[in-house]
Write a protein that binds this ligand. Sequence first.
Ligand SMILES: [Zn+2]
Ligand SMILES: [Zn+2]
Length: 126
Amino acid sequence: MPLPIDARKKPVDVKVYVSTGEGVAITWSDGHQSRYDFPYLRDHCPCATCNDERLRKAEDKSPSVLPLYKERVKARAAKAVGNYAIQIEFSDSHSTGIYSFDCLREICPCRDCARAFRAEAKQTTT
Ligand SMILES: [Zn+2]
Ligand SMILES: [Zn+2]
């Protein structure tokens, strides 16, 4: 997998706070900073299994799409995958998710990134 060409998706600083459980902090080459907590990352796990699960949930039209209660997932370990991604092993033993920086920038929880990267996707799910 090549490094992303988009400067917004190139990290200049990546910190993973496994022991404190704070999550992941990334500074991007456009100066933007992203913070992700582990439950958020777990929810957005890009592996095929979780993808299928999310698709199923998206198709399910029941109003409980947003769960109000969730067990707080932590990370047990994290490691770099080449120079394009990080892999996180979660406290629920799930570790197949490889978070490419490309994907991480797109799931940045801030409003600016939601608008820049996810506006279209949001509209189609309503
Ligand atoms: Zn997964
Ligand atoms: Zn952002």
